[in-house]
Write a protein that binds this ligand. Structure first.
Ligand SMILES: Cc1cc2nc3c(=O)[nH]c(=O)nc-3n(C[C@H](O)[C@H](O)[C@H](O)COP(=O)(O)OP(=O)(O)OC[C@H]3O[C@@H](n4cnc5c(N)ncnc54)[C@H](O)[C@@H]3O)c2cc1C
Length: 450
């Protein structure tokens, strides 16, 4: 009897969908690729072609000792279409892989549409569960991105996620630990016995510093809401600049409240900015409650007014934008298949990662796991020391989902020798080099074990 080819329906020909479709097709899987944009563009889309880069044209750094460099190394090993075409359509941008966005998108579209194993169909999908039967497919991949169409969003909420679906991404800035002035900061937790180790680092303000800071927040330039971003904030997670606009004391009675954070001797600061360790390395701190609409240069200017932040370097800045994503930890298995619909996989930004490269890598990861299933093998966990493994580990373990781009803080700590720890200058660079080396070695071992 002739063996029937495996068949996969991929919904969404964005970055993750294009990667997944191409990778599967290259491995002799029949792919049905469904894309809505020629029928119904979302407000961020301008082109009718696949894998559109809706904002910057940069796929970020190529340097091996960066998070994005790590991911690229792994994606290349998985036969990434995005990287291949990215290099072919590269424009000068130093160490970054920036592309001619139109050429990039057009080339990817041509490759996908002319592939012998891919059938491209223009379609707005409202019910992905119906696709398995309709196309007699083995698997369905949903890769519809941060601006998933309303109909599909409703299906996801009604049939899969209920409350575990998020519409906005209110991101607080993350600051590089090495760039802070610790002489002005102190460790203390609000609700912990002082004899226990504190998790929070605090930046105290006196009255004058506080009101100048609130005034600066109010006056700073904000990113205007786009037409698809009718901001409706949850009261519990208001951007700090909105709090400042509500009244000069609002932040002080909210995330900046000093209660429980008294200095030794019981004097109290007037207000406090709390910082929480962002990662296992302890190399970065999240600014608690500081999600914000301030423009990026304004964030740098205003947040450097915080005592101890005079020379702060930000790993990423805060933002608020529409972003549909689900709670992967509660809804998906580690191979990104749905717990409720085991034949349905999710890929790209909808899983809770953030960024072009990150989303693309999730498309490749899902294709990798589906190919294993097709070949009768169990899903395989990626080493957490790698870029892809660290992203999966993040979305599958984070308690309060908040999309993350790749950064070294997601990787386990690299042990340093005593001597290496003593040298302050160059320590950060060394840590990154060691983490990158370890990631590549872990990846090689992982592929050898397959
Ligand atoms: C406004 C905005 C700006 C961004 N800027 C950047 C940036 O500068 N740099 C960066 O790294 N990241 C940026 N991102 C984040 C993100 O990485 C990108 O959005 C990335 O494209 C996500 O990849 P994806 O494959 O998950 O989704 P997408 O690339 O968005 O692809 C999803 C595809 O699915 C299609 N689709 C949606 N619903 C349906 C449906 N019901 N049926 C069929 N097809 C459907 C869409 O038309 C689209 O082609 C931005 C996001 C937004 C929203």
């Amino acid at each position: 009897m002739e063996n029937k080819k495996a068949k996969v329906v991929v919904v969404g020909a964005g970055l993750a969908g294009s990667e997944a479709a191409f990778s599967l097709a290259q491995n002799d899987v029949e792919v049905i690729l469904l894309e809505s944009k020629t029928i119904e563009k979302n407000p961020a889309q301008k082109m009718s072609t696949c894998a559109e880069l809706v904002c910057t044209n940069s796929l970020k750094s190529l340097k091996p000792e960066t998070g994005h460099g790590l991911l690229k190394y792994e994606m290349e090993k998985l036969g990434s279409l995005v990287l291949k075409v990215g290099h072919e359509t590269r424009v000068p941008a130093g160490d970054a892989l920036a592309v001619d966005r139109e050429e990039f998108s057009k080339k990817i579209t041509d490759i996908l549409k002319s592939h012998k194993n891919i059938t491209f169909i223009e379609r707005v999908v409202d019910n992905p569960a119906a696709l398995k039967e309709e196309f007699d497919a083995d698997f369905v991949v949903v890769a519809t991105g941060p601006l998933t169409t309303k109909g599909l969003e409703s299906w996801l909420i009604d049939s899969l996620t209920q409350d575990d679906f998020y519409f906005y991404d209110a991101i607080a800035p993350v600051v590089d630990a090495d760039s802070l002035d610790y002489s002005k900061l102190y460790f203390k937790d609000r609700h912990k016995d002082p004899s226990e180790t504190a998790d929070y680092l605090n930046a105290p303000m006196n009255e004058q510093q506080y009101y100048s800071f609130v005034e600066a927040l109010k006056e700073a330039q904000k990113v205007p809401a786009k037409d698809f971003e009718d901001y409706q904030f949850f009261e519990a997670c208001l951007p700090i600049d909105i709090m400042a606009e509500r009244g000069p004391d609002t932040p002080r009675f909210s995330c900046m409240k000093p209660i429980g954070l008294e200095f030794e001797g019981n004097d109290s600061p007037y207000a406090v900015v709390q910082l929480r360790k962002e990662n296992l390395l302890g190399s970065a701190f999240n600014m608690v409650g500081f999600q914000t609409r301030l423009k990026y240069p304004e964030q740098k200017r205003v947040f450097r007014m915080i005592p101890g932040f005079e020379n702060a370097e930000f790993i990423h800045l805060g933002s608020v934008h529409r972003n549909s994503f689900l709670n992967s930890r509660s809804l998906l298995n580690f191979d990104l298949s749905s717990k409720k619909y085991p034949y349905m996989f999710f890929a790209g930004q909808i899983t809770g990662v953030e960024g072009y490269t990150e989303s693309s890598s999730m498309g490749l990861y899902v294709a990798f796991q589906i190919l294993r299933k097709i070949n009768g093998k169990e899903p395989k966990k990626w080493p957490v020391e790698t870029g892809i493994g660290a992203l999966i580990n993040y979305i599958m373990t984070v308690e309060k989902p908040s999309p993350s781009s790749i950064n070294f803080g997601l990787l386990p700590q690299v042990p340093l020798t005593k001597e290496q720890r003593r040298k302050r200058a160059g320590r950060k660079k060394l840590k990154k080099e060691l983490a990158a080396k370890r990631a590549n070695e872990a990846l090689d071992r992982f592929f050898d074990s397959l």
